[in-house]
Design a protein around this ligand. Structure first.
Ligand code: FEO
Length: 158
């Protein structure tokens, strides 16, 4: 049986994952509206990943005989000015999610919930990958700054 404190915290994480998908959808729409299709496609794959993360937690709660709960999803920021701003925000957001996964892990340890500690290990590795892939794109953006040529090439690569 899932400890109540753990169940509540996992339900909050489902909401954060869906909110992440909502935020990345907003970013995707900005890129799509500028015909930066490579960036839009990359963001769309993040949207799908976030929904997949929420689903993993959903399934896990059910598997442990818990109850899935639903909360309001906050509106994401919709006004963006540059691709650099978007990737800075994405990195900041992923770092926030990493900190929340670490909090979940601490709760699992405090509750002596070994199964959830094992379950969360996938998310811990996933966050390392996610932060790294966003940082790599941001590094390229910072290297080339805002030349039109470099935006075009990066968009093509994505
Ligand atoms: Fe589900 Fe990008 O963290």
């Amino acid at each position: 049986m899932l400890p109540q404190k753990m169940e509540d915290a996992l339900n909050e994480q489902i909401n954060r994952e869906i909110s992440s998908a909502y935020l990345y959808s907003s970013m995707e729409s900005w890129f799509a509206s500028k015909s930066l299709d490579g960036f839009a496609k990359w963001m769309n794959s993040q949207v799908k990943e976030e929904l997949n993360h929420s689903r993993k937690i959903f399934d896990y709660i059910i598997q442990r005989n818990g109850n899935v709960k639903f909360f309001d999803i906050e509106s994401p920021k919709c006004e963006w000015t540059t691709h650099k701003e978007i990737f800075e925000k994405t990195l900041e957001h992923e770092k926030y999610i990493t900190s929340q996964i670490s909090n979940l892990y601490s709760i699992a340890k405090d509750e002596n919930d070994v199964a959830t500690q094992v379950f969360l290990q996938w998310f811990i590795s996933e966050q390392v990958e996610e932060e790294n892939s966003v940082k790599k794109i941001l590094d390229k953006i910072n290297l080339t700054e805002c030349s039109c040529d470099s935006i075009y090439h990066l968009d093509s690569n994505l």
